[in-house]
Design a binder for this molecule. Structure first.
Ligand code: ATP
Ligand code: MG
Length: 439
């Protein structure tokens, strides 16, 4: 992409309404535009990040055996009356009436709809287990939308739903999602810690929230800090094998949010030097709830014994749009965002310090072609802005690499290469710089 043709409305001033770094930086870097409280337009740069985050979530869901579909944003109120949640949900639900006076709602989640789809087609244990997911916009009329995309009213969520014949098999589906989540967040450069969460009526320990540590997080968390060093399952993890040892490893160390924090247990299980109190951002939650929806909604399957029973379900959410903000909370400095490579909107920036200079233009074109061919998706700053402004913009938007090309260096056969994270610049030949970026 050439910046002269792109749409990157960066702001010089820090917007007064933004209270936390990710919100400030997303507005300043031209990623986001607020259209109403908690409702945002994703501008081109933000949209590229959102798509990258979404794609990582998708790849890890697929790897774990979940199957993608797409359900609508609008749902019939009657569907929610079947589960009893239509009245329970309260003011967070955006209720809509169509021209025929039919009651609809903008979906805050999809347990009812997926159960309706499941029961229409699946009737035998032979078709189990199944795990269906979608990545779709949700609406929750939050009382206090704030912190930009962290707590929006309209937000993008991945939600998966598992269906199993019995609890034991349901636990396996839960474990698959647990492991997929460990991998998903790690691929985005995040350390997300699974923490014991409020359990449903089924009891047991079958709900975990995945929490990214950040000073600006909304929840207080208490954990054994050794959890930060646990190994992430590799891409070759066998999802059909026994995942319980991985789950046991991750859940044997104490980690809980304030809602379920048990001081006595914490102090008993965690040596004083390992205790860590921090704040965190919930980026995902996994839940096993058995027949909570399948029973009232009559989603039954016939077992091998010929007996019909309500299918055992779990649901698994990831805050896709919240993640874009959470990644920034975890990775920024005073100058701007520092994107981890896998979610960077562009892989590298090329700064032409003197557009119109034949040697600069030619070197930039060479770099642009080579990085494009290598799949690095470069952003070439070919604008007339002065060099200081170009450096500031590049630091602000946080691309992992900056390739700086100016007439003085070129006269000596060199360019400069800066890695955004540590910030140091190296002087080297154009070929070596391209080589360093493409690896
Ligand atoms: P929270 O406690 O933060 O309100 P939740 O527990 O109500 O979230 P879930 O129903 O578990 O949310 O939704 C799954 C995921 O969707 C959450 O883990 C979170 O990452 C994301 N999410 C939930 N609400 C919002 C929101 N208002 N804005 C952005 N992301 C959200
Ligand atoms: Mg939650």
């Amino acid at each position: 992409m050439r910046l002269s043709r792109y749409f990157l409305p960066v702001l010089k001033q820090t917007p007064a309404e933004a209270q936390i770094p990710s919100h400030r930086l997303m507005l300043r870097a031209g990623m986001l535009r607020q259209e109403a409280a908690g409702i945002y337009a994703w501008l081109p740069l933000g949209h590229r990040v959102l798509k990258k985050v979404e794609q990582i979530v998708r790849e890890e869901m697929d790897r774990a055996g979940a199957i993608e579909l797409l359900m609508p944003t609008l749902q019939l109120a009657d569907l929610w009356r079947e589960s009893g949640r239509y009245d329970d949900y309260g003011k967070e639900m955006l209720r809509i009436t169509d021209r025929h006076d039919r009651e609809l709602l903008f979906g805050p989640t999809n347990e009812e709809m997926i159960t309706e789809i499941f029961r229409a087609y699946v009737h035998s244990y032979k078709d189990l287990p199944k795990n269906l997911y979608h990545i779709q916009w949700k609406f929750r009329d939050e009382q206090r939308p704030r912190f930009g995309v962290m707590r929006g009213r309209e937000f993008l969520m991945k939600d998966a739903y598992s269906f199993d014949l019995d609890e034991e098999s349901g636990r396996k589906s839960y474990n698959q999602m647990f492991v997929a989540y460990l991998r998903t967040f790690a691929r985005m450069g995040l350390k997300a810690i699974p923490m014991k969460a409020e359990t449903g009526p089924i009891g047991g320990d079958l709900s975990h929230e995945f929490i990214v540590l950040a000073e600006t997080g909304e929840s207080a968390v208490f954990c054994d800090k050794r959890v930060l060093d646990l190994p992430i399952p590799g891409f070759d993890v066998d999802y059909r094998g026994d995942l319980q040892p991985i789950i046991d490893q991750w859940t044997s160390l104490y980690a809980a949010t304030e809602d379920v924090h048990d001081v006595a247990r914490y102090e008993r299980e965690t040596a004083p030097e390992n205790r860590m109190t921090a704040r965190g951002i919930e980026v995902g939650q996994v839940f096993f709830f058995g027949d909570k929806y399948s029973k009232p909604m009559k989603a039954t399957v016939t077992g091998p014994d010929g007996v019909d029973r309500a299918v055992q379900m779990g649901s698994y959410g990831v805050g896709v749009s919240r993640l874009a903000g959470a990644i920034i909370e975890a990775s920024h400095d005073d100058d701007g965002i520092i994107w981890p490579d896998p979610v960077a909107p562009f892989g590298a920036g090329i700064l032409n310090l003197k557009p119109g200079d034949a040697a600069c233009d030619a070197a930039c074109e060479t770099a642009y072609a080579a990085l494009s061919a290598a799949g690095k998706e470069p952003l070439l700053d070919d604008t007339d802005e002065r060099p200081g402004g170009k450096f500031a913009t590049m630091d602000l938007i946080g691309l992992p690499w900056q390739l700086i090309i100016g007439p003085r260096g070129l006269a000596e056969g060199t360019v400069e290469l800066k890695r955004r994270a540590p910030g140091e610049r190296k002087t080297l030949s154009l070929e070596s710089a391209i080589q360093a970026i493409t690896g």
